[in-house]
Design a protein around this ligand. Structure first.
Ligand SMILES: *Cc1c(COP(=O)(O)O)cnc(C)c1O
Length: 423
């Protein structure tokens, strides 16, 4: 008789006790051998998305044609936005789905900077996603007054420089913009604390929620957040390149301008008047025609998250992260793996990064030889995404055994130190 390894028996028992385990069957999982740990970059495909897209293509596009704009397409950016608002503790009418996260950052960042005339500083940190910094550099170039970006540095590259950030916010600060969960280390900021300090000094806040939304409970209204953006193809499972969301607090909507003023944000747009006059409310943060196909693909994933409930999702995420960190400590740390994420769950988001001197080659070996799919972020991070809705404890246990095997048996030595384009 084959006896299962003790660790696997334990993992399977955890899966049986998991009240969200059933959600895995609501996703397309064609390859049960594949251990997918990159749902933080591209979430899995919900089963109902297929049917939804077929209906859209066959009936709404194929049959109804242009009539579909009045049968749901025109309202889609707000309808899907309202569902995201429900996940993020915002009100109906405060969220839109449009464009990409980068473009939305530009629209809201520049809108905020123009609103904050007389102030000259944007504050961020060096753990931010580089695109967010590039966008802010572009925002500053587009202003008609000299402004600068102050990048506050983390001491260890893992924890956000919270105290230094709080101290940097002053009367000249126009905007504080941060990614809520840091893309490499998974450090998570105290949204309420930073937002409050910014407001005390008269600054606005713009949060990038890309690595938090759908995994960490967020309360935008309760924290009095001004502005936020985020991604829908990670924990929201909206599909590759699905349009992003933007949030503008109700009382700011008519005070802030959308710097990319286009006809979709125009008042009475079918009057085709020659001068731009913004629609009231959130809608003037639209620019051009929404991409209906990928916008529609976002809805099924949102329904699954709302059904599971954000607090349950976070609880499972905390349990699975603690399990993974325990396994790291007993089985991987002796092999040279470092924990590149905060140990304290109160400041840790949903993924875990493990560092190793041979990180890139280990990552390649896991993908090519072990059917384990994490991703790699320089300099040494093997990033393990463990979205609670479809990751099992068995996945985590097997991934750790694979990492062990790759190092103990030096399998990584078969791989070059040169990275492919997308890691
Ligand atoms: C994924 C991610 C983005 C993605 O931006 P795109 O415009 O969709 O390419 C932006 N910011 C952060 C923090 C991200 O994690």
């Amino acid at each position: 008789m084959n006896t299962l390894p003790e660790g696997l028996v334990d993992a399977l028992a955890r899966d049986r006790a998991d009240n969200l385990a059933g959600f895995r069957h609501r996703f397309v999982v064609p390859d049960h051998e594949l251990i997918y740990l990159d749902g933080n970059s591209l979430g899995r495909l919900p089963k109902t998305t297929n049917a939804k897209l077929h209906e859209l293509v066959d009936r709404e596009w194929g049959d109804r044609l242009i009539r579909s704009w009045n049968e749901g397409w025109f309202d889609a950016p707000q309808r899907v936005g309202d569902k995201i608002a429900e996940l993020l503790g915002a009100a109906s009418g405060e969220m839109l789905v449009a464009d990409s996260t980068s473009v939305n950052l530009f629209k809201l960042g520049l809108g905020a900077m123009r609103h904050q005339a007389g102030r000259h500083k944007i504050i961020t940190d060096d753990l931010n996603f580089p695109s967010d910094l590039y966008i802010m550099q572009g925002v500053i170039k587009s202003l008609d007054r000299p402004c600068h970006l102050e990048v506050v540095h983390s001491d260890d590259g893992i924890h956000g420089p919270l105290d230094k950030l709080l101290n940097a916010i002053d009367e000249d600060t126009a905007l504080v913009t941060l990614t809520h969960t840091v893309f490499k280390s998974s450090y998570t900021y105290d949204m309420e604390l930073i937002t409050r300090r910014a407001h005390e000094k008269g600054a606005m806040v713009l949060w990038d929620l890309s690595h938090s939304v759908g995994a960490v409970p967020i309360h935008l209204n309760a924290c009095d957040v001004d502005l936020a953006v985020g991604c829908t193809y990670k924990y929201l499972n909206g599909g590759p390149g699905a349009p992003a969301f933007l949030y503008v607090r109700k009382d700011l909507q008519d005070r802030l301008e959308n710097p990319i003023s286009g006809w979709m944000g125009q008042k009475n747009l079918f009057q085709f008047t020659l001068d731009y006059e913004p629609e009231q409310g959130i809608r003037h943060f639209l620019t051009g025609t929404p991409s209906i196909l990928s916008l529609t693909a976002i809805e099924p994933g949102l329904s699954l998250l709302l059904e599971a409930g954000m607090d349950n999702i976070r609880q499972k995420s905390l349990n699975q992260s603690a399990y993974l960190i325990d396994l790291w400590e007993s089985e991987l740390e002796p092999l040279g793996f470092r924990l590149n994420s905060p140990r304290d769950p109160a400041v840790r988001g949903p993924h875990i990064s493990l560092g190793h001197d041979e990180g890139l080659r280990i990552d390649r070996a896991l993908i090519e030889k072990k059917n384990v799919l994490p991703d790699f972020r320089r300099p040494d991070n093997i990033r393990l995404g463990i979205p609670p809705l479809y990751t099992s404890y068995e996945d985590i246990w097997r991934a750790v055994q694979a990492m062990k095997d790759v190092v103990v048996n030096r399998i990584y030595e078969e791989f070059s130190t040169e990275a492919p384009v997308v890691t």
